[in-house]
Design a binder for this molecule. Structure first.
Ligand code: BGC
Length: 388
């Protein structure tokens, strides 16, 4: 782990101390000793890989494309989110552990050591009363408190969302997910946000709320615009200025930005997701209605263009509407070949950063993972595509 921390440090820190003060102390030594020390130093320098001796200039992370619809503090948050990761398949599984990974304390150290933002997907809806008041299960909420507080203590930005409230979008429920009466399902979202917001109202402004992961299906368009406004009002009752993320319908797709009508509120960041080219990123994924075959590489000119077009569409929307953006999910499933995953990851990251779009990779330690719990280490090609 320590080695990765060093690699992830800013280029200026990786170079090591300047040689100048050391040369000054040499003037007080005998010539023979000086010659021996200089020779040793020179051979040491020669042994260093070129990249370490002359670090590549850091690629610039552009400022947000626009901020005229938000307050200066929220614009500053958007400018600081930088590089992030999703602790996915953990707290948004129907029950933690159902999808093979638990949110281990060690993961918190690992991600906070190298990323500036950690998105924590949370399935609140399965841990709340089935009634309109959706009273949160205290044991589960306490578990989320632990994670949020441990991450905040590390100084990173933390995004908690409302993930996989599947019934809202009209999806089939997952095994171990409990259905609720359709008459109360939207009110439950609002009630859950009222409680979550109250619970965390005194936490650091580095804690951000994201109202709903990937609304789609029956929520697309006006239904989501209306419901998002109600959920935001519930948050604002106790958190008047905390930065909140809202994304468009169609799974937070950039094509739906045009239909997103945001409530009048100056502390919003707009969240988008992008998995283009989808037949590459989702090859072999078995939870799709029509799974894609494996064996698709990435990234030829057409595939690269799909990535660029999505991010450029989002950037232009931001410029026209004044809200900064956050690319809350992108990533490629483990069935794709690793070299292609690395290429894809680097392209998305570079194209987002040059447009001033902070991002969070999907995800840390599961099937899209940047880290292998089995090996107890990073999937190095993905790690370096994200961070070097
Ligand atoms: C979903 C995950 C899924 C990922 C990639 C996320 O939004 O919550 O379950 O693995 O997208 O498909």
């Amino acid at each position: 782990m320590a080695a990765f921390r060093v690699l992830a440090a800013p280029a200026s820190l990786r170079r090591g101390p300047s040689p100048t003060p050391r040369l000054a102390t040499l003037t007080r030594m005998s010539t023979a000793l000086k010659t021996r020390i200089l020779a040793a130093a020179l051979s040491l320098l020669a042994a260093l890989p070129l990249a370490q001796a002359q670090p590549a200039p850091a690629r610039p992370f552009a400022p947000p494309p626009a901020c005229h619809a938000v307050t200066p503090p929220t614009c500053a948050v958007a400018g600081a989110l930088g590089r992030g990761i999703n602790l996915g398949n953990m707290l948004e599984a129907p029950r933690e552990g159902d999808w093979g990974v638990r949110l281990e304390p060690a993961y918190i150290d690992q991600v906070a050591g190298v990323f500036s933002t950690v998105r924590v997907p949370v399935r609140w809806s399965n841990h709340a009363a089935a009634t309109a008041d959706a009273k949160l299960d205290e044991t589960f909420a306490g578990r989320v408190d632990q994670v949020v507080d441990a991450l905040l203590a590390k100084g990173v930005y933390v995004i908690i969302d409302m993930h996989h409230y599947n019934q809202l979008s009209g999806d089939t429920l997952h095994p171990n997910e409990s259905p609720v009466d359709a008459a109360v399902m939207e009110q439950r979202l609002v009630s859950m946000w009222r409680q979550i917001a109250l619970r965390y109202r005194d936490r650091s402004p580095k804690l951000l709320f994201e109202l709903l992961n990937e609304p789609h299906g029956r929520l697309n368009g006006e239904p989501w615009n209306r419901l998002a406004a109600q959920a935001l009002a519930a948050v604002r009752a106790s958190n008047p200025t905390r930065t909140v993320l809202i994304g468009p319908g169609e799974w937070n797709g950039v094509g739906e930005l045009a239909r997103l009508k945001l409530p009048p509120d100056r502390n919003l960041i707009v969240s988008i997701h992008n998995y283009d080219p989808f037949n590459f990123t989702h090859q072999g994924v078995d939870y799709l209605a029509k799974p894609f075959p494996t064996g698709t590489p990435c990234c030829d000119a057409t595939q690269r263009q799909a990535i660029v077009t999505a991010l450029e569409t989002a950037r232009q929307w931001s410029v026209a509407n004044g809200y900064p953006l956050f690319l809350g999910e992108f990533g490629a499933y483990e069935a794709a070949d690793l070299k292609s995953r690395e290429t894809y990851t680097r392209i998305v990251r570079d194209e987002a950063e040059r447009r001033g779009i902070p991002w969070a990779y999907w995800e840390f330690a599961s099937t899209f993972g940047a880290y292998s719990p089995k090996k107890g280490g990073w999937v190095e090609p993905i790690r370096r595509a994200l961070l070097d």
